[in-house]
Design a protein around this ligand. Sequence first.
Ligand code: GLV
Ligand code: MG
Length: 325
Amino acid sequence: MSFTIVEQAPARLNRSEQAVPGSNTRFLEKAAQGNADVVFLDLEDAVAPDEKPQARKNIIAALNDLDWTGKTVSVRINGLDTHYMYRDVIEILEACPNKLDLIMIPKVGTASDVYALDMLVTQIEEATKATKRIGFEMIIETALGMANVDAIAAASPRNESLHFGVADYAASTKARTTNIGGPNADYGVLTDADEAGNRDYHWGDMWHYAIARMVVAARAHGLRPVDGPFGDISDPDGYKAQAMRAAVLGCEGKWAIHPSQVDLGNTLFSPSEKEIATAKAILSAMEQAKKEGKGAVTLNGRLIDIASIKQAEVLVKKAEMIAGM
Ligand code: GLV
Ligand code: MG
């Protein structure tokens, strides 16, 4: 281990992160009754400019009047380059002290963006004598944000999670694609010809680098990496494939931009019974190895060692959190 100990953000389930437009009161009510681990009430891109003041009012009423028990609640504020943002923060935090868990910062570009918001939130928390400290979740969705991802992740003790905002990221990097978060038929490789001259074309994952890069920055700073939206709400299999590859790379969850994606996220980012059983078997085999003074043993024909304990503990802890909901 390094002498530098990575402090972990507060442990929360973040398997599904549901986006709900603040302009739609019926959707807000439904989300409060739904199953998402985290719900973010949106003031940014799902809300038209003329609707922003009313959406703020709806969100204040939703935070104060609806029952959000069992969920983490976040508000996605407008970008720091807009004049909406300061009112989003001040009006909501002043009207709802101790109600909100997180603020989601869209299109974060530099560590100073986070610092500026930290200053504002800290002042409001002091003035309102709020006892619940707001955490930050940041969307990495611009080339600038990705270039500064490590500094952003380290920018505030309020930071809890990084999110891959694939739609804006595609726009910012001028990627040649128009779907939201799916694969692209033009991103692939052609195999060499076999003896009969046949060649295969394999689709690749054009978002692989971005997600893997974000995961590393998040984990190096004790934050949760979360994969963003998948736009084709009529394609649960497509959602599943995108979610699983994000889970394999280390993401803790994925956005749900439609209620039908919430249960998918919860299931796909929960360890399976088989994984939990294997993790528990690893822990007991290593416990036995310790008693016998051994650092490594074999379990079902595979070598396991002290690193395996940590992997297994992560899985078992997650399963316990889910069971304790
Ligand atoms: C999310 O905000 C995205 O741009 O994908
Ligand atoms: Mg976006």
